[in-house]
Design a protein around this ligand. Sequence first.
Ligand SMILES: C[S@@+](CC[C@H](N)C(=O)[O-])C[C@H]1O[C@@H](n2cnc3c(N)ncnc32)[C@H](O)[C@@H]1O
Length: 396
Amino acid sequence: MTIKALFLKLSSDIELRTCYEVVNELGNGSSNRNPWKSKEIHRIFTFCEHGLTTNLVSNYFREFVRMKNEIVLDPFVGSGTVLIEASNFANICIGIDSNPWAIMVSKAKTTMPTIEEDDFLEMIETIEDYEPLIPSRRLRTYHTNGQIEWLGRIRNLIQDLSNDKILGLVVFGKLADNFSRLKQSPAPRFRKTSRYQRLNTIADEFKKKFLEAIHDIRGNNGNNTQTELILADSSTWIPTNFDGILTSPPFANNIDYIRHTQLYLLWSGIADSSSDLGKLRGFQIPACEAAARCLKNKSEKRWIIDKISVIDPKRSYQAFLLEYFYSMEKHFEFVEKSLNWEAWYTIGDSFFNSKYIPTHKLLKKLAEEIGLKTKLQTIGFRPGGRKLYLLKLIAN
Ligand SMILES: C[S@@+](CC[C@H](N)C(=O)[O-])C[C@H]1O[C@@H](n2cnc3c(N)ncnc32)[C@H](O)[C@@H]1O
């Protein structure tokens, strides 16, 4: 499938607003400390820990409101933490991500469900009558025959959820994860043996989680905000008018978001093969070894090359780091042109074969060379004692 076909398929299948033309310019990407995991709405689906603490988010929006700002952008929106919190403080929230799964999760969390609870309960009562719908043959490697049959029935029922199909798929994603041979920590791996699970609980689990998700979204007050979600590559395009950014960009620490979300992309019908997944990886900021295989531009800045030359060249860390800094520089160039107030980025430490790379300092220098004023501070620690930083870019 061509990239164009992939994005068109996505837009027609799940009715998302896409930005194919923009993405096409490129031509050719769990931690138990996540404070959002147990919070209503956020808990529907969260990405791994990303440094956006509850304190940091509330500090940001206090300043945002004090400065009478209106439009907030998260150019790496992920599971939508910023968008959901923004809905109480901003008039317009814009989220961008190049991973369709992230856009689906954020869309599901910010869209009011329409289904009546009784209608849903009636549907799930008849689950045994549904034929299994298994969108990709590849899924058979993730599940036992029993698991895939039950999951396939629920997947088919989701087709009948009409307006709430995206929410159904997002809730289903987590379920498919739980009833699979995958182990999510730190990177997804196959277990040697399948966990014991009672298969007849799969439909009940889905029922419980779907109803909980509906309840969470309906209970959220911040509904007067206009939310826009755009599937795009933030190193090649961002909107031209916004006041502030609050975001956690991909950290340069070898996390492959496409790999982390491949099970969901396959079950949703967005990707069918490893080649589709590879194409999606090509739109990511290269921050992992797998991304280094995609054809991307590399930074040619001497001071960056010198800094990362301490890393063992046998692995492809140096290659993706040069691509990472190039892409982040392009992103900052867009920010410099359009930012009205401040952009806050959480940045994680980077270690490769125990060699430390001060990513936060390199990003700061890149932004300054582009002409942005910056402030850098340490804001805490990540699992394993690694540090977290906040880089503020300030409009001129
Ligand atoms: C650290 S996560 C963001 C987590 C997010 N704060 C949340 O609430 O879940 C980084 C995100 O950046 C996205 N991303 C990577 N490269 C991108 C690109 N070129 N353009 C837009 N988004 C990208 C990834 O798909 C991932 O969702």
